[in-house]
Write a protein that binds this ligand. Sequence first.
Ligand code: 5GP
Ligand code: MN
Length: 337
Amino acid sequence: MKFPQNHIEQLSKLLAEPKNIVIVTHRNPDGDALGSSLGWKFFLEKKGHQITFVTPNPYPATLKWIPGTKYALNYEGEAARKTANDKIKNGDIIFCLDFNAISRLETLGEAISSSTAFKIIIDHHRQPEDFANLTFSDITYCSTSEMIYDIILDFDETDKINREIAECLYTGLVMDNGFFQFSSTTPNALRVGAELVAKGVKPEYISERVNNNFRENRLRYFGYCLHEKLKLVNGSQIAYMMLTQAEIKRFNLQSGESEGLVNYPFKIDGVKVSAYFSEEADRVKISFRSRGQTDVNTFARTYFEGGGHRNAAGGKSLLSLEATEKKFLEALSSLKL
Ligand code: 5GP
Ligand code: MN
């Protein structure tokens, strides 16, 4: 058994009869958010359930190729929101995948909070909130997709994993562990990867889709950020880039297209923390990455209303870009490198 036996038994019982199920994931859904949700959706459909999948805002076009994205209901769209609200209100079960704080759902959070459906969290981030009836939370997992695989394994139903489900789960797995590079890459992550390849995933296909699928503008934007915007402070141990809305617009950068950029500064020997700030209409969105024991989860939580993992976290600031930079530079003294 990979998970507590009573959790698996409770879940198994809940899924014994066909149910109306809603799956929700976090704002700005990434590869793991979509991969775990869609893999779980296809698996539950094979068990005879009715599934509605809702995202708080649109998924990025860069991830459209993940099987099943066309089924995602974007809660920002009026018609989709109506359908989603109806399903959430009348659903039997709501699965909350790849997040553990209601605030990550933005306006969708109110509908979830007020629903009387049975709520289940499946997530691998730190410090889960207590808003569900049943919580699968384990930070030793590199991804929610890896957790979904192991839940199916505990059900002894891996025979239901077809190539479509395997592609969804493998995509989430490798996008969250950097294709088996990050510290979250455990023997279990590699084992699950191997099992999914045995189910028909072509690793090269997924890698090409994720890594070598840029629009020209996107690569030129990366070049601009690294050449013109990268700043190194604290004896070159901390790297950061701050991009204005105008700069982002100039390169016609779409949502999801900055994915991966925050990792580039680690190519410089000695860099321990990297941060990427992008100015949006109503906030500055922030991505933090670190190496070793340096804890950007606590840093993001303390100063930027965010969180995540020790080595990968996100947050936001409602200050101007300049004021956000000042706050960031002042807060740095609290980071143990
Ligand atoms: P990214 O920088 O790729 O957006 O996010 C890095 C990690 O931090 C991901 O695991 C993501 O789920 C988490 N994360 C990103 N933004 C937030 C946030 O605003 N709040 C919390 N709690 N986690 C976040
Ligand atoms: Mn994840």
